[in-house]
Design a protein around this ligand. Structure first.
Ligand code: FAD
Length: 338
């Protein structure tokens, strides 16, 4: 049996390793756009206060997986799933190849969500969704540090990632202003009392927080970026949009699989095609939920490997978990809302 996995995040890697250990005879191929190895996405938001981050973040080079007899093909993009012939089209540096599968596991993760009003300004802002994004941000920041300065950042979005990054940049010594469209921070995850504590913690660390500030657009002026909101406009060295995530569903939708917010699966993590399963940020469960956190994703991946090896016949049930924001010096007093 040839099992092909798309994606080298926590979902794809955990599944590949567990599948290898449970099914020594299966042929396992993992395809990914990444070519720097398997890295910790949560650590991205500690990407400024830690000098060694670009090394520390790599949890597993791909050759460690090759040594376990998992064929990893990095630096490639799967562009098409041909379900009738169970064939994938793979794009790599100008070449187009095909690969057939018996079972396909989609673990393509998610992109940063960019609200429609900001989409026309794509070249004027950063996002922080991958190691390449972090490296780009660090390269932008470096010349300021070499001149003995620090940049002034506008962060658009006071959700989980926006608050984490604001906090880390402030700890690293940068000036930070957060624009948040709602009247309190992390309103999707925290009760009002904890949002107020978080606001205080960020302000104490030097972050300026502007609530009820819906950003309408960006403008480039000389070396600065103007952030335009209802209250006027102000200039920053750089803008980072942190407005949540968007599951990568296009490949599946183009193949005729049912998609909604994510790629729809049943309780067995099976898509609307018997041969295709979905894990991680991209999987939308029958209750409409996306379990886009490390703990439940790891649980899904281990469960699916056991299921496909014939060792698990009960449906996947999400484990109990309590997400936590990695904002320096912040502890919520109440459990997070999920
Ligand atoms: C800044 C940040 C901080 C976070 N902090 C936390 C935290 O503290 N705790 C927590 O639980 N969660 C956190 N999360 C969320 C967590 O990191 C994600 O839920 C998790 O990493 C998703 O894993 P995944 O394997 O589904 O997807 P990903 O890690 O996104 O991996 C998907 C992979 O698929 C590849 N891919 C996609 N499409 C294709 C294609 N067509 N062809 C080839 N390859 C493809 C991508 O290149 C990528 O390698 C954070 C996320 C971010 C961005």
């Amino acid at each position: 049996m040839h099992i092909v996995i798309i994606g080298s995040g926590i979902a794809g890697i955990t599944f590949a390793e567990k599948m290898r250990s449970l099914s020594p005879d299966a042929k396992i191929t993992l395809l990914s756009r990444e070519n720097q190895g398997y890295y910790s996405r949560p650590m991205l938001s500690r990407g400024f206060s830690r000098a060694d981050i670009e090394q520390a973040i790599i949890l597993k080079p791909f050759n460690v997986l090759q040594e376990k007899n998992i064929c990893v093909i990095g630096g490639v993009s799967v562009t098409r799933i041909e379900r009738n012939s169970r064939q994938l089209s793979i794009q790599s540096a100008g070449d187009l190849e095909t690969l057939t599968y018996d079972k396909l596991v989609l673990a393509p993760g998610s992109d940063a969500f960019v609200p429609p009003p900001l989409q026309p300004f794509r070249e004027l802002f950063f996002t922080l969704n991958s190691l390449v994004d972090l490296q780009r941000l660090r390269r932008f920041r470096q010349p300021f540090l070499e001149r003995g300065q620090t940049p002034h950042w506008a962060i658009i979005g006071g959700g989980l990632i926006g608050c984490e990054v604001a906090s880390d940049l402030a700890v690293a010594g940068d000036k930070v202003t957060v624009f948040h469209a709602m009247d309190r921070l992390m309103e999707r995850q925290l009760v009002a009392e904890d949002s107020a504590t978080l606001l205080q913690v960020l302000q104490t660390s030097g972050v300026r927080v502007l609530l009820n500030q819906s950003v309408q657009g960006l403008q480039k002026s000389a070396e600065k970026i103007q952030v335009v909101s209802a209250d006027g406009s102000s200039a920053f060295d750089a803008v980072l949009v942190a407005c949540g995530f968007k599951p990568r569903t296009q490949l599946a939708a183009d193949a005729g699989l049912e998609t909604g917010r994510g790629i729809k699966v049943d309780q067995y993590l099976q898509s609307t095609d018997d041969h295709i399963f979905v894990l991680g940020d991209a999987a939308e469960l029958p209750n409409g939920k996306l379990y886009a956190f490390i703990l439940p994703i790891r649980h899904q991946a281990l469960w699916l490997a056991a299921h496909l090896s014939g060792q698990q016949s009960r449906p996947w049930q999400p484990p109990a978990f309590n997400p936590k924001a990695k904002v320096h010096n912040f502890e919520a007093a109440h459990p997070y809302i999920f």
